[in-house]
Structure formats: C-alpha cells, structure tokens
Design a protein around this ligand. Sequence first.
Ligand code: IPD
Ligand code: CA
Ligand code: CA
Length: 259
Amino acid sequence: MFKATLLKATEAGSGILRHYFNGTFEVSHKSDINDLVTQADKESEAAIVAVIREAFPDHYILSEEVGALPGDTSHKWVIDPIDGTVNFANGIPLCCVSIGLEKDGQMILGAVYNPFMNEFFFAERGQGATLNDKRIQVSAQTEVRRSCIVTGFPYTYLDTPNGPLQVFERFLRKGVPLRRLGSAAIDLCWTAAGRFDGFYEHRLQPWDSAAGYLIVEEAGGKVTNFKGEPYSPYEHGIVATNGRIHAEMLEWVNGKNQS
Ligand code: IPD
Ligand code: CA
Ligand code: CA
C-alpha cells in the first residue's frame, strides 16, 4: 500500500513536470534571485500531497514549498516536487520528482523519477534498488584519482574553510573528472547506478536526499556526513560513494589528501 501510493504520487507530480516543461509558467525566487520556484513546483507538490493525503490522511508530510504538514510523525513523507528547478526553468531535462517515506525515523522507501529520460529509480529498505525495474548497483572503482565524481553547489555561497570552492579545486587540481548536474536526487541515483563513483555536497535539505540516499545504500553504496558518520537527511553535508572509495573521498572533501 505504501509503495502503491508512492508510485501514484510520483506519477501525479511528474505529470505536472511534463505538462509545463518548455512551456509557459510563473517563476519567482526564494532565498536568492537564483533560488527559483515555479508554478510547476507548486502544482507538482499539490498533486503529490493530494495523493498521499487521500491514502494516509494522518501521516506527516515534509515538502519543500509548503514545509511541514502536521500529522503522525511515525510516518513521514519527504517530498521534493521538482529537484533541479533551475534546470527545469531553463528547459534542461535533468530534473525529477523525489519522494521518500520514513517510518519510525528510518527511511524505508524512496522514488526518484526523471520523466524526460523516463528513468524511475526506486528502493525499498532491505530489497535493493532498481532503475525501471532492473536491479542497479554501485561501481567497482577503488581510487578517487580514477573516479568520476559529481557535486552540487548551494545557491548562497558558503564562505567557510573547506567550503565548496576549495573542495572543488582539490579535485580539479588533480584532474579528477567532476560534474555538476543540478539535481542532487539525480546525482545520488546516478551514483547508485554506477554512472558516478561518488557524490558530495555541502548544503542539502532533507527533500533533496531523502529518497536518493536510500537508493544509493540499497545499490550497495555508502552514505555518510562529512565526518564519516551515518547519514541523516536532516543534516546538511553528504558524501555518497560506491563504498570502495568512501574513506578516500572523506579525505578529499576534508582536505586530508595532500599526498
Ligand atoms: C537543488 C538541487 C541542486 C543542489 C541544490 C538543491 P532544487 O534543489 O538539488 O543540485 O545543488 O543544493 O537546492 O532547488 O532544484 O529543488
Ligand atoms: Ca531539491
Ligand atoms: Ca525543489
């Protein structure tokens, strides 16, 4: 029943993305002029919330644009109605709907769907991860120097030691291929599928990673905070890898790879 609702909600949200993509829609900004929210974000969210509310009226919902919708916190739906809004607003087909379901504080289901590539990533805790119903697994890479890494940057520059620019520079200086797709949920899913060997980002919100981090873990990968501690989507920093390069990736993001 949870899974059926998750699929229905993902489909409802992605229908809105398809409807507005490359069309006309209202755009406004949030924390910064480039932190956008579109009419499609709001309508996708409304469609997703309606599906979940209909099936489980008493569940708690945390969704990017409306925030927290009170309910029984033993079941928490964590929603990003469009992850990759800047891409969406520019007609770049790297964006998705992302929905995670947490039960008693543990993420148990995650779905990320990019309707423009028709890629549906899904994971259920303990059951593995799939892309369009086929099992996926993380890459076999063992060295960061030979890895293909993906990252993202916050809308508001983080002027802290060891911040996004410094970490980015470290990879660049060593010639490591580094990508920035513009959707943390897709970054995580592509890491789960072995397209990337690792992903890191300094400042995510729960809805960016809720589904994707479970998908990485269920594909055999490892996800932690920058200290290497077990990941929680309620903290900002994330390092997600194939597991094999994880310890080394932590050294790179923390500036300890000086060899
Ligand atoms: C953003 C994307 C981006 C990441 C930002 C997020 P949004 O989410 O996931 O890749 O770098 O930190 O805020 O605004 O498109 O939902
Ligand atoms: Ca997001
Ligand atoms: Ca969003």
